[in-house]
Design a protein around this ligand. Structure first.
Ligand code: ADP
Length: 279
């Protein structure tokens, strides 16, 4: 069976709107192996979202090709290889927390393994609800929750899908710094399979499929804290100006943020950002 890796080859994308021509991405090459947590960082408007949308099959490249799990993005989306976590939680306002989290999963289940869904990661919804700290709020409606809680629902929903690839577009950007920090560690604990009793996701090394993550951010600290690897993009048209392996031990902790190694990685990412901005 194909694995949940991503291949981006020579991808370019421009937009033409009301006579205005914007070159969003120059030539982007990127290989994301299955199970890698990749952060993509770059200045605002450099094409990060565009890159994610191309991987998600929500846009098509003018040049080059994108593959997810060896499939064209549209086919990969059909086969539920990935889940997309947008900037805003986009919850269904009339559905409870539980229904919002479980909705896509129910749709998937009906499709069943007969449709070749064997790559989906089995997930227990109650464990996931506990992992994101929403036990007791299962019947609440989105408007009864704070912004941070809504984003936790969106996070749980993304994992509940069981998709082996998560595409995340600045999912914590609208949150205050404290909530944001909390969400980073929450994401890591679910991704690493440490959440609650550890059944919320495939623990690394457990023999189950590890999840691949592409996480778009414009925060240096967020990129270094979360990722195995940080790809730095230049200002528009976006291209990759640096590709940095983050060798910090896992599980990651808040204490690591004060370590010399952490500071050194953020320094390198910052320098790449500056060079990419032509400064
Ligand atoms: P980022 O996520 O890095 O902030 P985006 O990928 O959203 O950047 O946008 C890159 C550039 O492409 C921006 O100049 C943006 O205005 C432009 N762009 C993105 N999507 C469209 C679109 N659908 N139509 C026209 N221009 C677009």
């Amino acid at each position: 069976m194909a694995d949940g890796g991503i291949v981006v080859r020579g991808v370019a994308k421009s937009f033409r709107r009301r006579g205005e021509f914007t070159r969003a991405l120059a030539s982007v090459d990127l290989d994301v192996p299955e199970g890698q947590f990749l952060a993509v960082i770059g200045p605002s408007g450099c094409g990060k979202s565009t890159l994610l949308r191309l991987i998600a099959g929500l846009a098509t490249p003018d040049d080059g090709k994108v593959e997810v799990a060896g499939l064209d993005p549209l086919a990969a989306r059909e086969a539920k290889w990935f889940g997309l976590v947008p900037q805003a939680p986009a919850l269904l306002p009339w559905r409870t927390v539980r229904a919002n989290i479980g909705l896509l999963r129910e749709v998937n289940k009906r499709g069943g393994r007969a449709n070749g869904d064997g790559h989906l990661i089995p997930v227990d919804v109650d464990t996931l609800i506990a992992a994101v700290g929403l036990t007791g709020f299962e019947s609440a409606l989105p408007h009864e929750l704070s912004g941070g809680m809504q984003q936790r629902v969106a996070l749980a929903r993304a994992f509940a899908l069981g998709a082996p690839v998560l595409l995340m577009d600045e999912p914590f950007a609208a949150l205050d710094e404290m909530t944001r920090e909390e969400m980073r560690f929450l994401l890591l604990s679910i991704w690493e399979g440490r959440a609650a009793d550890g059944t919320a996701a495939a623990p690394r090394g457990s023999g189950r499929r590890p999840r691949t993550v592409v996480f778009v951010t414009h925060s240096l600290e967020e990129a270094v804290l979360l990722a195995d690897r940080v790809v730095v993009m230049s200002s528009r048209p976006g291209r990759i100006v640096d590709d940095i392996d983050i060798g910090l031990d896992r599980p990651r902790s808040a204490a690591q943020e004060d370590s010399d190694a952490f500071v050194e990685y953020t320094r390198r990412v910052r320098a790449a950002l500056r060079s990419g901005a032509g400064r």
